[in-house]
Design a protein around this ligand. Sequence first.
Ligand SMILES: [Mg+2]
Ligand SMILES: [Zn+2]
Length: 185
Amino acid sequence: MHSIKAIFFDRDGTLIHEKPGTYLSDPAKVRLYAPVKKALQKLAKAGFSFFIVSNQSGIGRGYFTAKEVNAVHARLQELLKPVVIQEIVFCPHAPEEKCNCRKPNTELGKNLITKYNIDPARSFMVGDKKADVLFGHGLGLRSVLMTTANGKTHLRKYPDLRPDFIAQDMAAAARYILREDSADE
Ligand SMILES: [Mg+2]
Ligand SMILES: [Zn+2]
């Protein structure tokens, strides 16, 4: 079977606005960052499939339910139209539960790579935290760190963090990915 190239996105602070220290569970409060839709349209045109891998520890902490998270994701897919996210997966556990699916653990990514026959060498991870960068590298992807929400703080806090690219918005991330992608061909 032919392999595909994919981009894995973090959700909060990467595709949609994040209020620091808060948990989003209300679909009405989902707001895309301005450059996201156009950037994803360009990337889709270049042949990338899209996935979201998200840590939703608010479920494990009892702040909201998986049902509410799914409602947020339905709203997100609605706002992104005509862009399609192939699949959205999330870890529902609190950090203390020490699961294998909370980023930077790679279980959710591995499952998607197998299910969709994704070629990691032609694929990317885009997120705004240390855990996102490590998740990408753990899977053999190139990692883009967004400075939209937590990225700047995490660069300062973790000087050893080595994302492959630092992007101030999704337009810049897309330009980097398209540049790399033409070098991959
Ligand atoms: Mg994030
Ligand atoms: Zn988990």
